[in-house]
Design a protein. Structure first.
Length: 137
């Protein structure tokens, strides 16, 4: 396994600007063993065509039994009306973990990101729907 296979993602149907405003409210919570250890900071991905959309990233700890795994929680733009949550381990070689440790990580990480996605969706207001104006005559 390579490191990118340890990343879990969830899409939340909320506008990126509205979801960003909700992030400070999420920090003090505990989401099935996922606890933030720092604030969300702005991170911009720069590619060959210029700068991409701004993302937010926060350090966190995921309790997997007696052990705590260090992870990063990221919030990125998915579409105009959706964001993507990601949880990824911040250690160098998670593929070297034992199979038992990997199973504990995945079981707890899936529960934690599901609960975090529900909290983000619940705490973020839905964007008003604007329908295009059509003429009938």
């Amino acid at each position: 396994m390579s490191q990118h296979t340890f990343v879990l993602t969830r899409r939340v149907g909320r506008a990126p600007t509205l979801a960003e405003r909700t992030l400070p409210d999420l920090l003090p919570g505990d989401y099935c063993g996922l606890r933030f250890t720092g604030p969300f900071e702005r991170r911009t991905i720069v590619g060959p065509w210029g700068s991409g959309p701004a993302e937010r990233q926060a350090p966190a700890e995921l309790r997997t039994g007696r052990r705590c795994e260090k992870v990063a929680v990221e919030l990125g733009v998915w579409a105009r009306d959706a964001v993507e949550l990601r949880v990824r381990p911040t250690v160098r070689r998670p593929e070297r973990w034992s199979s038992r440790r990997q199973m504990r990580y995945f079981n707890h990480a899936h529960d934690a990101i599901d609960e975090l996605a529900r909290a983000l969706a619940h705490g973020t207001p839905t964007a008003p729907v604007s329908l295009p104006v059509t003429r009938t005559a």
